[in-house]
Design a protein around this ligand. Structure first.
Ligand code: NAD
Length: 428
């Protein structure tokens, strides 16, 4: 989405250039990986409910498929831009590579505001999007998924259109489908649990007993909720969670020294991740201001809400007790805050590793759909734990061996894997 003065694609390319230089990649490989392999820009004409016609602009970027079919969400947003879609397609390539799943990176979008559209109009946009990209997508080419303001219903309309156009049954064409319509068990838990699998391994690597740790969490949506769930199941104490209040239009921190309880808080949160203040008070939570989560005397910070939350303006408020920052959200830490963490030896688990549980479970959904056989929830979680644990270990080992920051190690592993796959194919 457009943010004045900030170009996410420029940022993704700068990040890539810095790591490419460290890896000593040759010019052709850099040229190949700095840009998407291909991108489509297209019109989606829709006859609106009032009988008029409106044309929506759609995109699909396929960054790199040397390691397998492209994979990535489709965003519906009024301020969507091609540069955001491009950047996100690069980040998807690095994310699938860091968890070592056989997929590439893609992203899609439509400039539209689903909040202003009827269900029928949204369905026509979904079907129109598929008609425009059908030749370049499919279970073995490019597999979309839900993202900002798209959901399981949109995915089913897109699947239905794809199957009509191709005359097939191909549930592996798209992921994020509802349970019973090709969705995978444990997808709801996957991202938050993945964050905690990484935290568990980080603590083990530092010989720290998780049951003696405390954490502060920002956010109480899908990722934060399941991070809290597993962290507390493993014996950790989360003293607070922060969330946005849709009525007051400010954020609050919900604090309980004895530990926030998952079951308690999910019973009083709405579907947008806003916790009911009155009910929380009656359950013994103190209501503090929205920034208070970052100022707690805890061992671990888990930003799991939004981007740019730990930045130059608030990093100094973090207490010296904080030894770990595990990034559930995408891009929560700015480069300025990263520098402070490096200096203070705070251990970072970077976003595209920590929150890769979501795409890993989407990959499992695709695999289950392609073989038309579904695993139990326990089987999915066991496979997820294995993938996340081995991804964490690979990054940790490299960071330790080269004495580098975890974010740099994660980028080095993923970019190196993709570059090698391109070389093996003789592309560069
Ligand atoms: P969500 O919409 O379910 O929840 C977001 C939460 O953040 C809500 O509780 C909201 O109240 C809170 N919030 C918003 N603004 C806030 C503020 N200023 N201060 C405090 N809290 C605030 O979103 P989600 O699916 O949990 O995603 C959270 C982050 O994780 C995003 O960055 C997303 O891109 C990333 N992510 C999500 C997944 C996934 O599978 N859901 C996968 C990978 C990455």
């Amino acid at each position: 989405m457009a943010v004045e003065g900030f170009n996410p694609f420029q940022m993704a390319q700068d990040q890539f250039d810095a790591i490419a230089a460290k890896l000593g990649l040759d010019q052709a490989t850099c040229d190949l990986l700095r840009n998407p392999d291909r991108e489509l820009h297209f019109n989606i004409p829709v006859r609106m409910d009032d009988g008029t016609y409106k044309v929506f602009r759609g995109f699909r970027c396929q960054h790199n498929d040397a390691r397998g079919p492209n994979k990535g969400g489709i965003r519906f947003h009024p301020n969507e831009t091609i540069d955001t879609v491009r950047a996100l397609s690069l980040w998807m390539t690095w994310k699938t590579a860091v968890v070592d799943i056989p997929l590439g990176g893609g992203k899609g979008g439509v400039i539209c505001d689903p909040r202003q559209l009827s269900m029928r109009e949204q369905e026509l946009i979904c079907r129109g999007w598929v008609r425009q990209v059908v030749r370049l997508v499919g279970p073995t080419q490019d597999v979309p998924a839900p993202d900002v303001m798209t959901n399981g219903q949109h995915m089913i309309w897109m699947l239905d259109e794809y199957e009509k156009l191709t005359g097939t049954k191909a549930p592996g064409f798209i992921t994020g489908k509802p349970l019973g319509s090709g969705g995978s068990l444990a997808r709801t838990e996957a991202t938050g649990y993945g964050v905690i699998y990484c935290l568990r391994e980080a603590l083990k690597a530092h010989n720290i007993d998780i049951t003696k740790t405390t954490a502060a969490i920002q956010g109480f949506g899908n990722v934060a909720q399941y991070a809290l769930d597993l962290y507390t199941q493993l014996g950790g104490t989360a003293v607070c969670v922060a969330c946005w209040d849709n009525t007051d239009k400010v954020a609050y921190t919900f604090y309980k020294a004895s530990g926030c309880k998952f079951a308690e808080l999910v019973s009083i949160v709405d579907k947008f991740g806003t916790i009911d203040k009155a009910k929380a008070k009656s359950m013994g939570y103190e209501i503090l201001d929205g920034d208070a989560w970052i100022e707690q005397e805890v061992d671990i910070l888990i930003p799991a809400a939004l981007e740019n939350q730990v930045n130059a303006s608030n990093v100094a408020k973090i207490k010296p007790s904080v030894r770990f920052i595990v990034e559930g959200a995408n891009g929560p830490t700015t480069p300025e805050a990263d520098e402070v963490f490096k200096k203070n030896n705070v251990f970072n688990v970077p976003d595209f590793l920590a929150n890769a549980g979501g795409v890993t479970c989407s990959y499992f959904e695709q695999v289950q759909c392609n073989m038309n056989y579904f695993w139990t929830k326990e089987e999915v979680l066991e496979k997820l734990d294995q993938k996340m644990t081995s991804a964490f270990k690979a990054v940790y080992d490299l960071a330790k061996e080269k004495n580098i920051y975890m974010r740099d190690a994660a980028y080095m592993i993923s970019i190196d894997r993709v570059a090698k796959a391109c070389k093996m194919r003789g592309w560069v």
